[in-house]
Design a protein around this ligand. Structure first.
Ligand SMILES: C[S@@+](CC[C@H](N)C(=O)[O-])C[C@H]1O[C@@H](n2cnc3c(N)ncnc32)[C@H](O)[C@@H]1O
Length: 261
């Protein structure tokens, strides 16, 4: 029996293998970016930039990263229902590699949604444009699977009676929504904003559907799924993140009004 509304601790490839074929309505994946940061990044005033330099983001080579992505994406495709879809978010560091692997595995791209960050981190050294976007690939299991869930009318209503475009203007996760450690610093370097997950889950699931996230982090997917009266399964390796995510989800007492739309 598949346990729902639970966080599974472990490596996502191993844990995904235990999930039955054709059993999941939606997958949201926010995998390691493989940023390949060689050195710490400093601002012109010599203060250190709080970027993504976590161990979970480090891979030995591009081919190691590609093999890792092919392995978890293969399992994701196997467990998705024919009516299901998958969203994968990434930056310019990884999304082109991930997209290529997805196409080779048979996924069919339905949209590439651009998350336009209204409050991006500046390019401190002034050597490039400020990087203000991430890309979400939204895909079905394959071209032949045409009966996937897409709540067109609901999203139009959510967007003030106008069809929503594939450019989403949403701020980075800051303020009260951002989980902090005892030291007052960010508890996780890449916590995603709830508004992003709200659009993902609202547009491509129905009430009581199961949403799986193989890189659960602080549990944004689970928190939003619960607020929208959907079920979730999270997979995460790190104990500290699981503790944070579980506390966050347990403390939710109110639903989004859109849950009943
Ligand atoms: C980009 S973050 C996800 C952040 C999440 N979307 C949020 O809003 O908090 C990626 C997460 O995947 C976890 N992770 C990395 N490799 C993993 C693996 N092989 N199996 C399970 N979790 C993994 C990391 O510990 C990290 O928390």
């Amino acid at each position: 029996m598949m346990q729902i509304n639970t966080i599974i601790q472990g490596d996502c490839i191993e844990e995904l293998k235990k999930i039955p074929n054709d059993s999941i309505d939606l997958i949201f994946a926010d995998p390691p970016y493989n940023m390949q940061l060689k050195n710490a990044l400093y601002r012109p005033n010599n203060t250190k930039v709080d970027g993504v330099d976590d161990d979970w983001d480090k891979f030995g080579s591009f081919s190691e990263y590609d093999d890792f992505c092919a392995a978890w994406l293969t399992e994701c495709r196997r467990i998705l229902k024919e009516t299901g879809t998958i969203w994968v978010i990434g930056s310019y560091h990884n999304i082109f590699r991930v997209g290529n692997i997805m196409l080779n595995l048979g996924f069919w791209i339905l949209n590439d949604v651009t998350w336009y960050k209204t409050n991006p981190m500046p390019n401190f050294m002034g050597t490039r444009f400020t990087n203000a976007t991430e890309t979400l690939l939204w895909c079905s299991k394959g071209e032949q699977y045409k009966k996937y869930t897409f709540n067109h009318k609901l999203m139009k209503k959510y967007n003030g009676d106008k069809q929503m475009t594939s450019v989403w203007q949403i701020g980075l996760c800051i303020g009260a929504e951002r989980l902090k450690g005892q030291d007052g610093k960010k508890a996780h370097s890449t916590q995603k904003p709830e508004e992003l997950l709200k659009r993902v889950i609202l547009s491509t699931t129905k009430q009581d559907d199961v949403v799986l996230d193989p890189f659960f982090g602080t549990g944004t997917t689970g928190a939003v799924a619960k607020k929208l009266k959907r079920n979730f399964i999270g997979i995460e390796r790190e104990t500290d993140y699981i503790t944070l995510a579980q506390g966050r989800i347990d403390s939710i007492t109110e639903f989004f009004p859109e849950a009943d739309w």
